[in-house]
Design a protein. Structure first.
Lengths: 492, 476, 93
């Protein structure tokens, strides 16, 4: 029997659909491996032991009775713990939701399960997706499967680590300022953030509503395309989903880039990258040139303001989105039995103060400040105005080229604990990823090489609104030419 | 009402619950009542991941109201979050509208003491209601059935100068909303709530005084009483050297006074910002035109038409247009009997008295407009007298038969045959010879006595005009 | 530099009890973060309409239909304290 770990969605689901292998066997094995490796990597907050097996049996019955089990039949998925799963604990990696069991599933989860995918478990992450290292979790730090001294990136670090370590075939992350692409880059997997409005946010715990977008994390571009076909599309439960046709991306992939113009925003290239990162970018450029693409220099003058705009907008929205965690209807409530609250304010403050971690509190504070009377115009409103100017610059750039090729971050993964003490430094690392969310365009990270320490390095491709197919083709060309995706961490 | 050299300044914030079937942003029922926390979809509970989707009908209704309040309708209005913590506010913010409300810059005209008055409408914006807290000594219980029910908040300018004006303005707004069928206007159940902003200033002063917001007022009568109390309280306070504190005060119905809601007024900072979960509401030309076309004739326009078309006095026309159903009843009655003035009198006096006594809505009147019209017609064609008609009317309340049938059954039709009347009169005169002599000797007052005797003898059926005429001749 | 008083006011607005460590850490961190954020002040934005939703979309409206929610027990099971089906909190007012 072929190795069922480190396989692809397409390969595994074909084998299951053909009846070569039972979904139950696949899921039993994955649950076992995930449980074992989780002790080292801490990629999952919880595993869906019974539920996953029940879903697998359903797939096997469908196969046996000749019914179509769906395009993702029997494929185990690591679902970031930001997505609600009915009957399965969903925590956002926060103490404030440590025991929360949703009465409904996110649209993304419903669509995946309807397509035959199996929810293997809930992946670890930064608390409320706030972080770039998966160190801010109430359930402990996630480790990078390539070297356990390093972070897997964040906030979707658990999903990235699970896919990279073969604990799951694929997974779902959420990306508010790079939270899919950066961990994909750090862990050597493909991560796609679709255009804002492609994927329903219904049932996904909100961090920053105008930026959040869920997307696939997989071993290959084709696998991501397969998943996007399932999860994308208008949802009546989310007023910000777009009524735009969902293409059959997986059947249209082409590594021929003739006629494609790839832009290099000079502002992205104005500061030095780590030498290994530079090497990977140069190699990727050589690949796309070879594939027929034309390289042009473009300019996005407001690039340097991406991080401040992003943090102002995201923190402001988060300060309001996280107001619902108040210990009244669900979630953590402080113990008032010994020392009762003196007033209503204390009732809230103690529960919330205990329930949220330091990074989350920091952002709620920043956002509250940015929206408060006397500061609104200078911070929140100003940020939204510059956001429009930034979007205009991106729109203009995409009249000059079809896709942008940039690094995801200036370095590969960093060591656990190395940057956690300096939040501003951590924020500034998001320079290459945040603009994508601010302007709502799609972006992906595809493995492009390895550092001298043996850590993966990804390449970021972005494209205009709803033009995922060009972005996927560029990523596909790089993936096919370099084959980095076939590499597997040692000792797992 | 005079306040010596003081002038009260009053503005109203009316919260009208829109009569949609489902809530503003979720498919939960918006009905009054329900079992404890029965109408609590994840959106209502503010569960993690739940998202609002706007109820189209709530916008329709708000536009209808906005147009009827003579407002401009924004073609792009924005939902904003009003952030504050309270246990019956599930999300920690209320979805409302802030700097881009759907309706703004309108006005309302109403009728008071024989004149038409006008109040400006600053804005009318959509928002969601909060849940309900029930307070006990050592805990509070939260029911979220009402959370998310659509409201339209109608904010008037500070244009009213007396409690009566404020109450009458509020009544007119209620009337309009009921005509539009967008709100049932039930103050007691809270489907309409009136918050009153009251301040006083010295006459001639142009600057506004410190305003106090009055809440918890559940009838128009109390709107008037609460404002009246508050004006006097403020004048007394200022005259005795105190300063008015900007605060919220609640009306205490039992004690007939207002009292301060909080001892320490918290400085609010609602941190309004556009709700990123909702796109701006775009109202295109077609949508607006469709709503405009569907607008019914509004109370004041109807009252004016009643004056022009039927020659009714202003007062009658305003009474008859208080409720759309009443106005329709009147028009139908007038059409059947062909005499609008008579119809107006019958509806305003006899019908409304009976309905009020029996606490019935005009829709549930035991006498339909058709039957009342036919009754009046019998007076018009002199089949019965007005006095007889009142008896028939009373009978009709209990008896579903038509006026004509009742008249026939009871042999009540009017005697218009002169010969028959002459005969009755002769009998009366024969029995009262001495009175006849007194009359003839100059005691003219006795004429009424003879009429009464004749009517009595005819069991009220003799035509009064003929009785008068013939009696005069016979007594010469 | 953001003062401790300002910090406490924001924490009060956000209903967050801060730990001693956070109270010690935040003022300096906030000051450097805000200083960095204030870079955007120099960009001219007069008459620029703020951008909230990044893509151009048509609004999704809902028809006025009631669909009873059927999983109350699952929702209410998450409540920290209840009385019957009502949520229970310490006395308010």
């Amino acid at each position: 029997m072929e190795d069922i770990y480190f396989t692809t969605i397409t390969s595994l689901r074909d084998r299951i659909r053909r009846g070569d292998i039972k979904a139950r066997e696949v899921i039993e094995k994955y649950l076992g491996r995930a449980q074992k490796l989780n002790q080292r990597l801490n990629a999952f907050i919880s595993l869906n032991q019974e539920g996953a097996l029940a879903q697998a049996d359903k797939i096997d019955q469908m196969v046996a009775s000749g019914k179509d089990p769906g395009p993702l039949a029997g494929v185990p998925m690591a679902i970031k713990d930001m997505l609600c799963t009915r009957g399965l604990k969903t925590t956002a990696a926060s103490r404030i939701l440590y025991n929360y069991v949703p009465p409904y599933s996110a649209t993304v989860v419903e669509r995946l399960e309807a397509a035959g995918a199996i929810t293997l478990g809930k992946a670890n992450q930064d608390e409320f997706a706030m972080g770039s290292s998966s160190e801010n979790s109430f359930f402990g730090v996630v480790k990078n499967p390539w070297d356990e001294n390093y972070v897997p990136g964040g906030s979707s670090g658990g999903t990235a680590a699970a896919v990279a370590a073969g604990m799951s075939v694929a997974g779902i992350g959420t990306d508010t300022g790079g939270s899919i692409r950066q961990p994909a880059h750090f862990c050597g997997v493909v991560g796609v953030k679709p255009t804002y409005g492609r994927v329903s946010r219904y049932g996904i715990i909100a961090f920053a509503s105008s930026l959040d977008q869920a997307g696939p994390m997989t071993r290959t571009i084709k696998d991501s395309a397969e998943m996007m076909e399932v999860i994308c599309g208008w949802d009546k439960m989310d007023a910000t989903t777009a009524k735009v046709q969902v293409p059959k991306w997986s059947t249209q992939l082409s590594s021929n880039l003739k006629g494609i113009k790839i832009g290099l925003p000079k502002e992205y290239y104005s500061s030095a990258f780590a030498p290994d990162t530079q090497k990977v970018i140069d190699q990727a450029l050589a690949v796309v040139r070879e594939a027929g693409a034309q390289i042009v220099e473009v300019s996005i003058p407001l690039t340097e303001f991406g991080v401040p705009i992003y943090y102002l907008v995201a923190a402001s929205e988060a300060s309001s989105n996280l107001a619902r965690y108040d210990g009244v209807r669900f979630g953590h409530r402080a113990d008032f039995s010994k020392k009762p609250a003196e007033d209503l304010a204390e009732f809230y403050s103690r529960s919330r103060g205990e329930g949220f971690g330091t990074e989350v509190k920091r952002r709620i504070m920043l956002g509250t400040y940015a929206l408060s009377s006397g500061y609104y115009d200078a911070y929140y409103r100003k940020a939204c105005q510059v956001r429009r100017l930034l979007r205009d610059q991106f729109k203009k750039v995409f009249t000059e080229c079809d896709a942008l090729l940039t690094p995801v971050a200036s370095t590969p993964a960093f060591k656990i604990g190395e940057r956690i003490a300096d939040p501003l430094q951590m924020y500034m690392n998001d320079i290459y990823t945040t603009s994508t969310n601010l302007v709502g365009i799609p972006g992906l990270s595809v493995p492009g090489g390895m550092s001298s320490e043996g850590l993966p390095i990804g390449v970021q491709i972005t494209a205009a609104h709803f033009c995922e197919e060009k972005m996927l083709n560029v990523g596909f060309a790089i993936e096919q030419a370099l084959g980095i995706w076939k590499k597997v961490p040692n000792g797992l | 009402m005079a306040y010596n050299d003081w002038e009260p300044v009053i503005g109203l914030e009316i919260h009208a619950q829109l009569l949609t079937a489902s809530k503003m942003f979720s498919s939960d029922s918006a009905a009054f009542g329900g079992a404890d926390n029965e109408f609590t979809h994840p959106v209502t509970l503010g569960l993690p991941g739940a998202l609002p989707v706007v109820n189209e009908k709530a916008i329709d209704f708000s536009m209808r109201a906005g147009l009827a309040l003579n407002c401009q309708i924004r073609n792009r209005s924005v939902f904003a979050r009003k952030n504050y913590f309270y246990p019956d506010l599930p999300k920690g913010y209320q979805i409302s509208q802030f700097d881009a409300p759907l309706c703004e810059k309108g006005f309302v005209e109403y009728f008071l003491n024989g004149e038409i008055k006008k109040v400006s409408i600053e804005r009318a914006h959509m928002e969601e209601d909060a849940g309900k807290s029930t307070h006990f000594a050592d805990y509070t219980l939260i029911n979220l059935n009402r959370a998310g029910v659509p409201l339209l908040e109608i904010v008037s300018g500070p244009d009213m100068r007396s409690p009566a004006e404020a109450a009458e303005y509020a009544r007119m707004v209620r009337r309009i909303l009921r005509y539009l069928e967008v709100c049932d206007g039930n103050l007691e159940e809270g489907s309409m709530r009136c918050d009153c902003n009251v301040s006083v200033r010295r006459k001639g002063e142009t600057k506004l005084g410190t305003k106090v917001e009055l809440k918890n007022i559940n009838s128009f009568r109390f709107v008037e009483k609460a404002i009246e109390y508050e004006i006097q309280r403020q004048i007394d306070a200022i005259e005795s050297g105190e300063k008015i504190v900007q605060e919220t005060r609640l009306w205490d119905t039992a004690k007939n006074r207002t009292f301060s809601m909080r001892s320490k007024e918290e400085a609010h900072d609602y941190r309004y910002f556009p709700d990123p979960d909702l796109l701006p509401i775009e109202v295109g030309f077609d949508w607006l035109e469709k709503i405009k076309k569907e607008l019914p004739e509004l109370p004041l326009a109807k009252a004016r038409r009643f004056q022009d078309q039927f020659g009714l006095p202003a007062y009658d026309s305003f009474v008859l247009t208080q409720e759309k159903a009443l106005a329709e009843y009147f028009e139908q009655t007038a059409k059947v009997c062909g005499n609008a003035k008579a119809a107006s009198n019958w509806v305003m006096v006899e019908l409304l008295r009976e309905l009020n006594e029996q606490k019935l809505l005009v829709q549930d009147s035991p006498i339909s407009s058709q039957r009342l019209g036919e009754l009046i017609l019998l007076i018009e064609n002199k089949t019965i007298s007005g006095k007889m008609a009142k008896d028939v009317f009373l009978e009709m309340l209990k008896n579903p038969k038509s006026a004509q049938e009742i008249v026939n059954e009871k042999g009540m039709s009017q005697i218009t045959d002169e010969g028959a009347i002459v005969k009755i009169i002769q009998e009366v005169l024969d029995k009262n010879v001495s009175a006849v002599a007194e009359y003839r000797s100059g005691k003219n007052k006795l004429f009424g006595f003879f009429v009464g005797q004749v009517m009595k003898a005819s069991r009220g059926q003799a035509n009064p005009d003929l009785v008068n005429k013939i009696l005069l001749e016979k007594l010469k | 530099m953001i003062s401790e008083a300002q910090l406490k006011r924001i924490a009060e607005l956000a209903r967050l009890q801060l730990t001693e460590g956070e109270l010690a850490l935040y003022p300096k961190q906030f000051s450097s973060i805000l200083e960095y954020f204030e870079k955007i002040a120099k960009i001219p934005t007069e008459k620029v309409e703020p951008l909230v939703t990044p893509t151009d979309m048509v609004q999704t409206l809902r028809g006025d239909e009631v669909k009873p929610w059927e999983h109350h027990n699952e929702s209410l099971a998450n409540a920290p304290e209840r009385s019957g089906n009502l949520f229970k909190v310490p006395p308010v007012v």
